[in-house]
Design a protein around this ligand. Structure first.
Ligand code: F6P
Length: 548
């Protein structure tokens, strides 16, 4: 059965939300707090190690009720069961979307074409565990019988961002192996990594779902050529492993068939870190921690699947995001983790969210007449406070922001952590309340500032406040909690895709640039510029002249 095909703007809920918006547009969040001392009590969800406070948003119970009505009218419940039941909801590629199966318990059943995929998943998981043990314990060695010290993950997009984000995030749990990531086809990237590694002690993990990606194949060939300057052809089997669905292409590349970790076409690249794509994660933090990451994601899957929508974290966050995107006209959302460990979360979610929901054709095959995917950006706090927070506080744009913080620090440095978290709490409070002209004047009076100077400076020092935020306060940055957090955003993507009536699991938008790059490469190789627009011709000629 196909996913529901409903233009959200034709629903009653949408029309009612539009009417409701005209009353809420200039509403003050601060006043809602002043009028209702139980507001935070009403608008938060506590689940496992998560406290999700969404009270600092421009919403009322009526807003939520209308948004929840919208989920009924777009048949979200039905869509969720189609998602988890392995129906072909990636319709334009005729595939199921089953990354949730990768983190389900062995006893679960996930059918693809009538076959339960759990035994296959667990066979690969078992191989990941065995391989991780062999490398970390030193049972497997390099071609000069030295222990491995470095891992290089070669992949791009979903074959890079997920493992890179998690390895960085779980650094605290890391073992002795140093993990590097090569993604860009920029030769300088690969050469900078080569400078840091020794061929005798480095294991290369080539990750490519399709094994046709130009960047990954080019980087892998460069690495293999460099490796073979010190080693022999037969040593490749000891140092190169691959993760892919394309077993034939991997063997053609020269990788031993025993060194291939399979994945499946029902796992999208940007949702693949839970599969063997996460091999570098397992190597970096050990299989047990990798498994805990999966368990945490599974717990969020269960919450999403079973919890009523009014208490369902991914659903509520998705609805609030739709509210700002489609009614307030907010174009972007910021994600600000208050931990340096999550510095790669925003780039990771940029692919997850923007590659999934950056679509303008509805599930009816027609252009949509409303906004879809939001622009995602962010950096850890407090660094971001000293970079772009000025714009969030006093700029002209509305930027709904997720603040993610942890109750307990990993190294127990209370002094630092209290300072970090006081900033975390202060920012959402400042964004909510702002600073009135009276408050500014009171500060000037205290300083004894003369009137003309005070009158001049005052407008610059006022903060309007009323800037919406969600606060995710999580107990500790553990593998389980990270798994839950990532799965939470995955399901938020799903809910928004359903509401916007788009297909979230294809990515045709990345194809055109790839095709043109291939034909331009031909022109560069033959030093002959074909017909282009005059700008591209000018640039290509300049490039070729310089290259000559
Ligand atoms: O950017 C397009 C894309 O297809 C992503 O969806 C994917 O994660 C990435 O390229 C890498 O693809 P592959 O794993 O097949 O090399």
């Amino acid at each position: 059965m196909s996913l529901p095909n409903i233009n959200p703007t034709n629903t009653n809920a949408w029309l009612n939300l539009q009417k409701h918006f005209s009353m809420m547009e200039n509403n003050s969040i601060k006043e809602m707090f002043q009028k209702d001392s139980t507001r935070a009590e009403k608008f938060h969800i506590q689940w496992n190690d998560f406290l999700v406070d969404f009270s600092k948003n421009n919403i009322t119970q009526e807003t939520l009720d209308l948004l929840l009505k919208l989920t009924e009218e777009v048949n979200l419940k039905q869509a969720i069961s189609q998602y988890f039941n392995g129906e072909l909801i990636n319709q334009t590629e005729n595939r199921a979307v089953l990354h949730t199966a990768l983190r389900a318990p062995q006893t679960a059943t996930f059918l693809v074409d009538g076959t339960n995929v759990m035994p296959e998943i667990y066979e690969v998981k078992h191989n990941i565990e065995k391989f991780t043990h062999e490398i970390t314990s030193g049972i497997r060695t390099g071609f000069t019988v030295k222990h491995f010290t470095d891992i290089v993950n070669i992949g791009i997009g979903g074959s890079d961002l997920g493992p890179a984000m998690v390895v960085e995030a779980l650094q605290y749990y890391k073992n002795h192996l140093t993990v590097h990531f090569i993604s860009n086809v920029d030769g300088d990237h690969v050469n900078e990594i080569i400078k840091k590694i020794n061929p005798e002690t480095t294991l290369f993990v080539i990750v490519s779902k399709t094994f046709t990606t130009q960047e990954t194949l080019t980087n892998s060939e460069t690495i293999r050529t460099w490796f073979l300057k010190s080693a022999k052809q037969e040593d490749v089997a000891k140092h190169f492993v691959a993760v892919s669905t394309n077993i034939q292409k991997v063997t053609e590349f020269g990788i031993d068939v025993n060194n291939i970790f399979p994945m499946w076409d029902w796992v999208g690249g940007r949702f693949s870190l839970w599969s063997a794509v996460g091999l570098s994660i397992s190597l970096a933090v050990g299989f047990d921690n990798f498994d805990k990451l999966l368990k945490g994601a599974n717990q969020m899957d269960e919450h999403f699947k079973n919890e009523s929508f009014d208490k369902n974290i991914p659903v509520i966050l998705a609805l609030i995001s739709v509210w700002y995107n489609n009614f307030f006209g907010a174009e972007s959302e910021a994600i600000i983790p208050y931990t340096q460990y999550l510095q790669k979360l925003a780039p990771y979610l940029q692919q997850g969210i923007m590659e999934s929901n950056g679509k303008s054709i509805g599930r009816d095959g027609k252009p949509v007449n409303y906004q879809t995917g939001t622009i995602i950006w962010g950096e850890p706090g407090t660094n971001s406070q000293h970079a772009f927070f000025q714009l969030i506080h006093q700029g002209t744009k509305l930027i709904p922001t997720d603040f993610i913080g942890f109750v307990t620090p990993l190294y127990g440095n209370e002094d630092h952590h209290d300072k970090l978290m006081s900033n975390f709490f202060a920012q959402t409070e400042a964004l909510l309340n702002g600073k009135t002209s009276e408050q500014v004047q009171a500060e000037f009076d205290k300083q004894g500032m003369e009137k003309s100077k005070a009158d001049y400076l005052k407008p610059f020092k006022v903060f309007t406040g009323n800037k919406p935020t969600n606060t995710l306060l999580i107990q500790k940055l553990t593998p389980e909690n990270l798994g839950s957090l990532v799965a939470m955003y995955e399901h938020k993507i799903f809910v928004q895709g359903i509401i916007w009536n788009i297909f979230s699991y294809d990515q045709w938008g990345v194809e055109l640039g790839k095709q043109l790059a291939n034909s331009i490469l031909e022109e560069i190789n033959h030093k002959k510029v074909a017909e282009h627009d005059s700008s591209t011709t000018l640039l290509l000629k300049h490039f070729l002249n310089k290259a000559n």
